[in-house]
Design a protein around this ligand. Structure first.
Ligand code: ATP
Ligand code: MG
Length: 243
């Protein structure tokens, strides 16, 4: 079915077996859609299922039930070879733990996925993107020797430079000072404005209030959708879910 949506999910559930006869339901029927050009934030208290949702949406973890389409493709219907290609070309993921190769230099970390998909990017373009993110370390330094915040910027530059139409970002501004946080937000915003799509998990109400739509997750369900969120609306929504 052609939907022409960047991301479409219907009735997605995810269970984990925590031992032989104990199952926990982490996602309990999530439906959402995201258009090209849209920047969506996902909020919710710790343990509400945000990272699990992002893994399911981004083709990394098969849901227990429900359907997911990214660029009109159901990644879980692809064979292994096509799925690997899909992950490389169609999506970019910024993980909570950066997912970089610590022993490799900054530049290599940014270009690795690009080289795997046969795309060339000039070093200068990478340098100027990193500069726009306020990256201050040496690009020949090994990633293992960088601070958490600098590592996060490398992961973000890498995601932005791929050809993907969708970025999934799990707390991309978590380890950052407020200037860098703003710059990264702007880089992601520009990515969305260029006709692509960003889904970002965040605890940052101020940043979420500058996205197009916020989804509030509670106990594995979307408890509220806020179009054109403001900080006030978000505070209210998050306060009521704690009651
Ligand atoms: N692989 C797994 N096996 C068992 N339980 C899991 C697994 N992954 C996640 N969970 C459980 O699912 C729930 C939701 O976890 P998840 O990481 O999605 O939450 P979150 O909203 O991202 O939290 P945080 O804000 O702390 O990052 C938690 O109770 C977690 O323990
Ligand atoms: Mg998480």
């Amino acid at each position: 079915m052609i939907k022409n949506l960047a991301v479409y999910a219907t009735n997605v559930t995810k269970d984990f077996m925590i031992d032989k006869n104990k199952k926990i339901s982490v996602l309990k029927g999530i439906s959402l859609s995201a258009n090209y050009g849209e920047f969506i934030s996902i909020l919710g208290i710790s343990g509400s299922g945000k990272s699990t949702l992002l893994s399911c949406l981004s083709s990394l973890s098969r849901p227990t039930s429900g359907e997911i389409l990214i660029n009109d493709i159901n990644p879980y219907s692809l064979n292994d070879r096509k799925l690997a290609l899909f992950r490389r070309k169609d999506i970019a993921v910024i993980f909570q733990d950066y997912n970089l190769v610590p022993a490799l230099p900054v530049l290599e970390n940014v270009t690795l996925p690009l080289r795997l998909s046969g795309k060339k990017i000039a070093d200068d373009q990478i340098k100027s993107l990193l500069k726009s993110l306020n990256f201050e370390a040496d690009i020949t330094a090994k990633v293992a020797n960088l601070s958490g915040g600098e590592q996060q910027k490398v992961a973000i530059a890498r995601a932005i430079l791929t050809d993907s139409k969708v970025i999934f970002a799990d707390e991309p501004t978590g380890a950052l000072d407020s200037i860098s946080r703003q710059l990264i937000f702007e880089a992601l915003k520009n990515f969305a404005i260029s006709g692509k799509c960003v889904l970002m998990v965040t605890h940052d109400i101020e940043l979420a209030s500058m996205t197009d739509k916020s989804l509030i997750l509670k106990d594995g369900r979307i408890s509220k959708v806020i179009h054109r969120p403001t900080a006030e609306k978000l505070y209210q929504a998050l306060e009521t879910i704690n009651e």
